[in-house]
Design a protein. Structure first.
Length: 562
């Protein structure tokens, strides 16, 4: 079969199933997130894998919300998940399902297990269940209710459903083996009493199935063939298989792969929620967050994320992917597709004293040297300009090739200019203006006398500049492993205090006056930037830096990030 992706161990398993006709030649996968938070870059890998396999084998992929824990789930998360999967470029063809769609069926399956003598109602509370479970080296002890008659358990389970008992006072447990070497198989809880309002079923239920029970049966109900999940579910696979075999239900093949672990990043929804609630970030879509909504607002494209997921591949062993791999994916795409523009983030005024007052020239600037079809644009040049403060030093250090007293540089697309004077604030001593002279013979090219300069600076014409706010984002955590903390601390100890710098008074070339929110640009010499639709409006333009031109800006202090 022709596929659009390199083979891997999951595809080899599917190929063998097709060869042996295990699922009658069908491939049907699903992406089953729990709606208890926003999707992040780790979920993108799972999405691309499940939907990609279905696409390449001409099969189907469902989108299903495994919404079995109403205490932590919200419609906000459901809607965000739907938006993110669609934005990433995948279509579930109308097959959007919810585990809550199956609550009546799941209840019926639970009763069937009781009737088969494979489940019982247990009166132990959560602490007692834990104590009875045993340890890795010691077997567990049977619950006093393990031998409870079938009809009594059925009656008690029905009364649990009707709300006759307090939360946590009873559970339904599978009857497997309290000495099983896999602790998960020691009579796991299948249902618990939890009086919580469900975002879809309201208050119809006061008992809810555990994830392990609902998940495998939801797969079965949907006739999934290949249940692809991450390695943390490997130990749960025996329970997945046991439940389906005990009920004689359609039995998908569960296959585990290594989850994505990204350097300098936390991918725990619980911890990301903690950052949101503590207002350490502005929300789930904060551009510093590894959520898909955050990456989207940062300026990442769906195709760059899909490309990243393809590049890292599918493995059986956990590892940490360097964040630069993700950055390089979007950097490579934007280098090909983003139009260029000049922007000055920390403006310093330059006056060209020998340039005629009131004169303006229109210079030709290339929109994208990687794509000639993007053509050129006109950039105004005048007597007064802005350059970056960092591009001038009154007392330059060694090998400083930018502008300094007596030094000459090239202005991009324009002329050679030489600094002749620095004007200072008399109170602070800060340089407020640089005065230069220009060489009219160097417009757009080299000097006729053959002299060379070692630096080319970007600039913006002061009378024509438009104002904008620019937000510079760095890594949210200073260490490659955010969990590497001193005793008594947690991951928050490694939050980067410099992860966001807001520059409110930036100057942009006038071609960006009508830039459409959601547009991406390369600001020459500075990086790739995204006009943030969520922050822009009412005449205000806010650009987020997506990524630098090279892997430099993220290494503010490389020693702290190792």
């Amino acid at each position: 079969m022709e596929k659009t992706a390199t083979t891997n161990f999951i595809r080899e398993i599917i190929d063998e199933h097709l060869r042996t006709n295990r699922f009658h030649g069908k491939v049907h996968t699903r992406f089953p997130p729990e709606p208890n938070g926003y999707l992040h870059i780790g979920h993108a890998k799972a999405i691309c894998l499940s939907f990609g396999i279905a696409r390449d084998y001409k099969g189907l992929c469902n989108l299903r919300m495994d919404d079995t824990n109403p205490e932590k789930e919200e419609m906000e998360y459901v809607n965000a998940i739907i938006e993110d999967v669609r934005w990433l470029g995948f279509d579930w063809g109308g097959r959007l399902y919810y585990a809550s769609d199956y609550f009546d069926k799941l209840y019926g399956y639970a009763v069937d297990l009781i009737r088969k003598g494979k489940a019982y109602v247990c009166d132990l509370d959560a602490d007692q269940v834990r104590d009875y479970r045993g340890t890795l080296t010691q077997p567990g002890k049977d619950s006093p209710n393990r031998g409870r008659p079938v009809e009594e358990s059925i009656d008690l389970f029905e009364r649990m459903r009707k709300g006759e008992f307090e939360d946590g006072s009873r559970t339904l447990r599978a009857k497997i083996d309290m000495a099983h070497p896999n602790i998960i198989m020691r009579d796991p809880v299948l249902y618990r009493i939890k009086r919580e309002h469900h975002h879809r079923t309201g208050d119809k239920w006061c008992i809810y199935p555990m994830y392990d029970f609902a998940h495998c049966l939801s797969d079965s109900i949907e006739h999934i063939t290949h249940s692809i999940c991450t390695l943390e579910f490997e130990n749960n696979r025996p329970l997945y298989d046991w439940i389906l075999d005990a009920l004689g239900a359609h039995h998908p093949q569960q296959i585990e792969f290594a989850r994505l672990n990204l350097g300098n990043t936390v991918l725990s929804k619980r911890k990301l929620l903690q950052l949101v609630r503590e207002e350490r970030v502005s929300g789930w879509d904060d551009p510093r967050m590894p959520t898909l909504s955050g990456l989207r607002r940062r300026g990442y494209t769906a195709s760059s994320i899909r490309g990243f997921c393809d590049e890292i591949g599918v493995a059986k062993m956990n590892s940490i992917v360097d964040v630069n791999v993700l950055e390089n994916s979007v950097r490579g795409e934007l280098n090909r597709t983003a139009p260029r523009a000049m922007a000055v983030l920390r403006p310093l005024k330059v006056v060209i004293t020998n340039y005629p007052e009131g004169k303006t020239e229109e210079l030709d600037a290339v929109n994208n040297p990687e794509d000639a079809a993007m053509g050129t644009r006109k950039v105004p040049f005048s007597r007064e300009l802005y350059i970056e403060k960092d591009d001038f030093r009154e007392e330059p250090p060694p090998k400083f090739f930018r502008l300094a007293p007596g030094k000459e540089v090239r202005l991009r697309y324009a002329y050679f200019v030489k600094c002749v004077e620095a004007v200072k604030d008399p109170k602070t001593g800060e340089v407020t203006e640089v005065r230069c002279i220009y060489d009219p013979a160097t417009r757009g090219g080299d000097a006729p006398d053959g002299r060379k300069v070692k630096a080319t600076l970007h600039w913006v014409s002061a009378p024509h500049a438009i104002d904008a706010e620019v937000r510079l984002y760095d890594l949210l955590f200073t260490k490659r492993d955010p969990e590497d903390v001193p005793e008594g601390a947690d991951f928050r100890a490694n939050l980067n205090p410099g992860s966001l710098e807001v520059l409110p008074s930036c100057k942009l070339e006038p071609s960006l006056k009508n830039a459409v929110p959601g547009s991406r640009y390369q600001f020459e010499r500075l990086g790739y930037f995204y006009l943030d639709p969520a922050a822009s409006g009412a005449g205000k333009k806010v650009f987020n830096r997506t990524v630098s031109l090279k892997d430099t800006w993220a290494k503010v202090d490389a020693s702290k990030k190792r």
